[in-house]
Design a protein around this ligand. Structure first.
Ligand code: NAD
Length: 512
């Protein structure tokens, strides 16, 4: 386990905080083996980490974009060189297949590259028009870093998801204190370790500190003095608690919460591609994907052919064992097994028909075979709540209008998928969500220039892209006098003649 700012603050220096006494284990979901033990950081440790990050922010925020870029490019290179090593930790801690973990790290590297390459263009000072009234001013806006950003992460994509905040926050000039999920603390340490290897100054200036523990550690980060923004990814119920805690100090928040994403299949869609998208989007990562396909609305005219193909493709997927990782891992968080079982059972009891798997597919050890259920009532929990398991519900609809209506009938609004030969963009525009893939699935997440985030219960704010860079900054506006003019309105020397001239000008310009 690599040292963190919080750990180094618990050494023997005068005034240093005591080392954490409690530890917790990171367990491999596939084998049950203990992968490592990590400290449970309390209030004092979190505060020490934030204090150190604040000192580092003064240095990091003072560097030019180019200087920051050099260092983040070095990190990108280390990550690329150690891709398999990092992916191994991701696979071990989550139970997902190694190649899925590699894909996650590949995406991370691409996003890190985009954030560093575009930070100056997006955030650097730029001139804007001073307008009519202040035509003698030079106006400009720049996007300044907040200082210390607290990042609280989930376990399902333990490196890709938090890096959507960490990479963009660092590129914008902030430092980060990261609280990984208690299920994937080792991944957090891998990120800090690789950054320290790439950037020699990190020994003195912790750009990325990792604090580990449970909900209380995350809660401590929300209220630690000096934290200027919290980027939270996790469930909506926890998101509410995070918002309430951050309200104490008016700390702004970014909320990346859950989803109940729909896939719409139009009558003219490429059914082979749509079926593949439903199965990959619904079953990969054992369905534990915030933008995974959980509901499908398929046009009646093609429903039978579509369902038959989904069944075939889904039946070919193997759930891994301790000895063999298979196509899907087990549930990373064992308690999720009961949620999936409840959703499958409810859907079947309420008249849904299993075309693949069924209640027996959900095993107590967290290994769940793919389940596909058709004709599920829209008020069944399998349709209304996030399942986060390898269950896909398929309901047939008379037409795309009805598909859109049902897709939008949820409090969530994260992503969506549309398969249609002719009307993809038109359907996408009618969906109440943050992101849509047309004739592909989850494609938006792999395009670094596209903002990522949701509406409603799925949260607010954006990671990725230019919006994701701006999310970690405050806009600073500057107006500079270029030359004096007689028409001064912001002066104690202003006369009523000045105002009459101004009113005349405004009427001439805007009154017609
Ligand atoms: P979770 O809400 O249980 O936990 C998320 C993080 O919050 C963990 O690190 C946890 O320790 C911490 N936490 C718990 N209580 C806290 C508190 N009171 N204050 C501060 N932090 C606290 O979520 P999870 O089970 O780890 O992740 C799964 C959820 O994340 C799903 O709902 C999934 O859809 C969502 N998710 C969303 C996105 C997205 O980008 N929108 C991405 C991945 C996952």
């Amino acid at each position: 386990m690599s040292a963190t700012a919080a750990d180094s603050a618990s050494d023997s220096r005068p005034g240093a905080v005591p080392a954490p006494t409690e530890t917790f284990a990171s367990l491999a979901p596939r084998t049950g083996a203990e992968l490592g033990r990590y400290p449970v950081h309390g209030d004092v440790h979190v505060r020490a980490a934030v204090d150190a990050a604040a000192e580092a922010a003064a240095w990091w925020g003072g560097l030019s974009f180019r200087e920051r870029r050099t260092r983040l490019v070095a990190w990108r290179k280390v990550l690329a060189g150690q891709l398999d090593r990092v992916a191994r930790v991701v696979a071990d801690e989550t139970g997902k297949p190694f190649d899925d973990a590699r894909l996650e790290v590949v995406l991370v590297i691409d996003h890190l590259d985009w954030a560093t390459a575009n930070a100056e263009k997006v955030l650097g000072r730029r001139s804007v028009s001073p307008g009519l009234l202040m035509a003698n001013q030079a106006a400009s806006v720049a996007y300044r870093p907040f200082g210390v950003v607290g990042v609280i992460g989930p376990w399902n994509y333990p490196v890709f998801t938090p890096m959507g905040s960490i990479a963009y926050a660092l590129a914008a000039g902030n430092t980060v204190v990261f609280k990984p999920s208690e299920l994937t603390p080792g991944v957090g340490h891998e990120l800090a370790r690789t950054l320290a290897e790439a950037v020699p100054e990190v020994g003195r200036y912790p750009l990325l500190s990792v604090v580990t523990g449970f909900g209380a550690t995350g809660a401590a980060l929300c209220t630690a003095p000096g934290v200027a923004k919290i980027a939270f990814t996790g469930s909506a119920p926890t998101g509410r608690k995070v918002m309430a805690a951050c309200a104490e100090n008016l700390v702004p928040v970014l909320m990346e919460c859950g989803g109940k994403d729909a896939l719409i299949v139009d009558a003219d869609a490429d059914l082979e591609a749509a079926a593949d998208a439903a199965v990959w989007g619904g079953m990969s990562n054992a369905g534990q994907t915030c933008v995974g396909v959980e509901r499908v609305y398929v046009a009646d005219a093609v429903a039978d052919r579509f369902v038959a193909r989904v069944r075939e493709l889904g039946a070919a997927l193997q759930v891994g064992t301790a000895a063999n990782e298979g196509d899907l891992g087990p549930m990373t968080m064992s308690s999720q097994t009961d949620v999936v079982r409840r959703h499958v059972t409810d859907a079947l009891e309420r008249g849904g028909r299993a075309v693949l798997g069924g209640a027996d597919s959900v095993r107590d050890d967290g290994r769940i075979d793919p389940v596909v259920i058709v004709d599920v009532p829209e008020d069944s929990v399998a349709v209304t709540e996030e399942t986060f398991g390898p269950l896909v519900v398929i309901n047939r609809v008379p037409d795309v209008d009805e598909a859109v209506r049902r897709a939008n009938a949820t409090g969530y609004g994260l992503g969506a998928t549309v398969f249609s030969a002719k009307r993809g963009e038109e359907i996408a525009a009618r969906l109440r969500c943050g992101m849509v893939s047309i004739n592909g699935v989850i494609s938006f997440a792999g395009i670094p220039s596209l903002p990522f985030g949701g509406v409603g219960e799925s949260g607010f704010g954006r990671i990725h892209g230019a919006d994701g860079l701006r999310e970690f900054t405050r806009a600073q506006s500057v107006a500079r006098l270029r030359f004096p003019i007689p028409l001064v309105v912001t002066s104690v020397k202003r006369t009523s003649r000045t105002m009459s001239t101004l009113v005349g000008l405004v009427r001439a310009r805007y009154g017609r």
